[in-house]
Design a protein around this ligand. Sequence first.
Ligand code: ATP
Ligand code: MG
Length: 626
Amino acid sequence: MRYEDFYQRSIDDPEGFWAEQAKAIHWQTPPQRILDYSDPPFRKWFAGGTTNLCYNAVDRHLEERGDQLALVAISTETNVTREVSYRELHREVNTFAAILKSLGIGRGDRVVIYMPNMAEAVFAMLACARIGAVHSVVFGGFASHNLALRIDDARPKLLICADAGMRGGKVIPYKPLVDAACEEAKHAPPHLLIVGRGLDPDAARVSGRDVEYADLRARHEGAEVEVEWLESNEPSYLLYTSGTTGKPKGVQRDVGGYAVAMALSMWSIYDVRAGQVMFSTSDVGWAVGHSYNVYGPLIAGATSILYEGLPTNPDPGIWWAICEKYGVRTMFSSPTGIRVLKKQDTSWLKKHDLSKLQWLFLAGEPLDEPTAHWITDGIGKTIIDNYWQTETGWPVLALMPGLDMKPVRFGSPGLPAPGYRLRVIDDVSGAEVGPGEKGVLVIEPPLPPGCLTTVWGDDARFMQSYFSHFNELLYSSLDWAIRDEEGYTFILGRTDDVINVAGHRLGTREIEESCSTLPGVAEAAVIGVQDELKGQVPVVFATLKQADADASVEAEAMRTRVVEQLGAVARPARVYVVNALPKTRSGKLLRRSLQALAEQRDPGDLSTLDDPGALEEVRRALARGA
Ligand code: ATP
Ligand code: MG
């Protein structure tokens, strides 16, 4: 089918289009209305229909593919690989659901899950979904304070954690972090369910509160737990945004709309169907992990690969070895992940048989052209950039190889996904801008199925964060974009990150891209810093590929390159060479903190900062001067 026709149909007749897509999943009772939009911008997809994410991800496949692998959880940290068929998954999830019930968990109760990429994390999520409990997975790398904040926001009845995670061979005990978080939180749960991996056997237990998964599993093994049929718009899970621009927002997802969006995106965008294999390198704690390590592949009846470990361990060919071994068709990763490999020898990309691999999707942050070319040439596969947000739950912009594949245009995540009415508008007047002109990327509501229904417990914040920026009721992506004549959209950076130099508006990403075309530059972060004369001036923080390179020569080269490519107005006022750039735990540049430090302000909410050392490094560089 032609992409244009498919997309157009979703826009011209959304209810007809989504009614058709809804047939891909099981409904216990069919929807009464495809769309209820009586209270904009809140909308209800498939109102009155009842369904269940766990049933669609597990039970529905038993008859046809009970012996097929559903999940392969590979850890190069513990050196354990777990291959789980749909039948085994069904059994594990039922057992886990029985454990949850024995702890008093039921429909609507929240359960915080704080675990690394291990099979039990997936069992726990699906078990919650089965009984109608609302899971909130918190990335296992977060410190106790972050966990405490999320506990207080979600007010869970239970917290499930692993005894420890591992990174690069080092054991990271989780239990002390969880204990500290429960101490700090005002709404600590009455129970803590500990999934022991034997990594930290001596961790202290709190009697009456802490319970062991192994004990309860032995007691409930083989139990069958009935599926709780939920109204399509009941909450399925909560998930926090990365916190790149401020305090993370608790995205609330529904049941039916999400299931339908997962089913549609799996075949049309990711080109994976039942029986095929998908490998996403994400952590289950992120949006990609939820949608394309757990719900998407399983709803599709595919095999999902979950990986715990570094991309370079035991050697930098590990991802490709996994692709070869399991016959991966579609792989999904992030530009950050590829940049890690880029530091290694290219020969690692050539050591494995990748004949089954069709596509590598990358999302989460801008895919710079040098990285895109490097990996395209390296593995000889089509690389597809796709743009979305935790809020949307699935791609907003992508190319769709499951339909007819449009050509890749480097630098662009492609074309609108079905159901998304996108506009690029002037941030002041709100008028649509023409091709080639910069503006804010907005979505005309109603948002399609799969996108957030609200911010957990805070409808006002939902309205304020996303729908209050223009006179018209529009969802602001808060990202800055350009669309070309054919509809290919380019993301230029966040609206917060646009620099206004003497009346010229520049996207930080344009300047970053320009700097990173230099062979000596590893990565660049650009911010706008207040300037008396010009309003704002661009300032660059960059890391170099070679530690012993001459920083002042490289800095000068960056200035020259930017002026050549973008004009004198974009000339960086200062260039700081540093050893590391501050990033969120999900690998995104924390430009707002860089900017605050450069303007001698407080760096703001740092709860999602990955490496405090990077910020120190920036402080020192600023003190030294450029
Ligand atoms: P917060 O909303 O808390 O500030 P965040 O926006 O980083 O954090 P995420 O939902 O993880 O949280 O990230 C979504 C954002 O990531 C997008 O709005 C966009 O800025 C960026 N992004 C994602 N994919 C791409 C892509 N393919 N190209 C460019 N930018 C992307
Ligand atoms: Mg965001």
